[in-house]
Ligand binder design. Structure first.
Ligand SMILES: [Zn+2]
Length: 405
């Protein structure tokens, strides 16, 4: 019979390994002594685990280029860090019009990326595309199966990330699609799934190595809006589908009709689809001459066309963007008044415009208490079309490599 002490040992080892890997992710490269310090573990424990990871080709020693002294016996202690290409992860994000695919290495560097046209709400066709893309990308990039940790998927909507099921696709209307199981069966790789906001927040936490406070918020807006509260490196979770959906928060009782059937939801005021729709109306009414010129060859202007028109000073387009930025600012001030996080990271293509950033900041300052201005920091993350697919990779690293729940 295995005694209690004996049966706990593998678990302790696993936990130690997992915390060491996570610490190197967040703060690395680090010396063994620094890891021991951070985790309150003994140096022999760290040395043993690191030796095992070096032998497996996951961790390597790198040059210590820190200015301050970490000198032992006249020599700087070496840093340890991940071997970037020890493993790869395939990430994908489907948005209604486009499907983004990428391959990341262990440090979250995108080593390959491609954009494919979406089959919109045809789930089966999108799934077949993904299965073929995974196989083809690995073959073309010469990546053997044993180097692949798994696949991460990000989809807009309510995602059951414990069971890898799309409970509700927000633009597609999909219900209960067991995508994780189907993709895994067809490719042979484990699959993890997550929502757009939570995956992006996880990528920043894991891959960017930013010095982040213990509690902060990640605000993400595209067609919908979410705000993820991060506490001690983890996205806050309530109930089955995570927390942080903000798009249907009521902002204006007599506002525009939302896809949910109600009026005046936040996403009808700040979502990209709604801004694009307002701009189409402006063009039709002859009120957006610069934007009209910029998009002569297209039916619908994209967010980048709209921001270009703002830069060129198209007055009505500027007004539309300013109004959206103002509502975004008000929604952020509501979060500040409710939860008071010291940092809010904001990712929205709309914020690539300086005018929009200014309006948002003004609206936030107008709606919070004056004394909060000093304590709360807003930081804009430049929007990138591959952030979702890379976020999917980060979630896969967390669940399949670090062993997070
Ligand atoms: Zn709504």
């Amino acid at each position: 019979m295995v005694n209690a002490k004996g049966s706990n040992l593998p678990k302790v080892k696993r936990l130690n390994r997992s915390s060491i890997l996570e610490t190197i992710y967040t703060y690395g490269p680090l010396t063994r002594a620094e890891i021991a310090d951070r985790l309150g573990l003994t140096q022999p424990t760290i040395t043993t685990v690191i030796a095992g990871l070096i032998e497996k080709g996951i961790i390597r020693e790198v040059e210590n280029d820190k200015e301050e002294f970490t000198v032992t016996l006249g020599r700087k202690a070496a840093f340890v860090d991940f071997v970037p290409n020890a493993f790869y992860i395939i990430g994908m994000e489907w948005i209604f019009s486009t499907n983004y695919y990428c391959i990341c290495n262990l440090l979250g560097e995108i080593v390959y990326r491609e954009t494919l046209e979406s089959y919109q709400d045809d789930y089966e066709k999108n799934l077949s595309q993904a299965i073929a893309a995974v196989k083809r990308m690995l073959r073309e990039q010469n990546i053997p199966d044993e180097k692949v940790l798994g696949i991460g998927v990000v989809i807009a909507g309510l995602i059951d990330s414990d069971n890898q099921i799309i409970r509700f696709g927000s633009v597609t209307g999909w219900r209960d699609k067991h995508m994780g199981e189907e993709l895994s069966r067809a490719t042979g790789f484990p699959v993890v799934m997550e929502s757009q906001g939570r995956a992006r927040a996880t990528a920043v936490q894991l891959f960017e190595r930013m010095r982040l406070p213990e509690i902060y918020a990640y605000y993400f807006a595209r067609h919908g809006v979410s705000c993820i509260m991060m506490t001690h490196g983890e996205p806050m979770k309530c109930g089955n589908y995570g927390a942080g959906e903000l798009g249907h928060m009521l902002m204006k009782e007599d506002g525009p009709l939302c896809t949910c059937g109600k009026r005046g939801c936040l996403q009808t005021l700040v979502g990209e689809m709604s801004i694009e729709k307002q701009c189409v109306d402006l063009i039709r009414q002859g009120k957006a001459p610069i934007l009209e010129q910029l998009t002569e060859d297209r039916d619908v202007p994209g967010i980048n066309d709209i921001l270009k028109a703002v830069e060129c000073g198209d007055p009505e387009v500027c007004r539309t963007v300013e109004e959206a930025a103002r509502y975004m600012g008000i929604s952020i001030s509501n979060i500040i008044n409710f939860l008071s996080p010291e940092l809010i990271l904001i990712e929205a293509a709309l914020m690539n415009s300086e005018l929009a950033r200014r309006r948002l900041t003004e609206a936030v300052e107008e709606h919070i208490f004056p004394f909060q201005k000093e304590d709360i920091h807003l930081k804009f993350i430049p929007a990138d079309p591959y952030h979702g697919a890379r976020g999917a990779c980060a979630v896969a690293v967390k669940k399949l490599f670090l062993g997070s729940p």
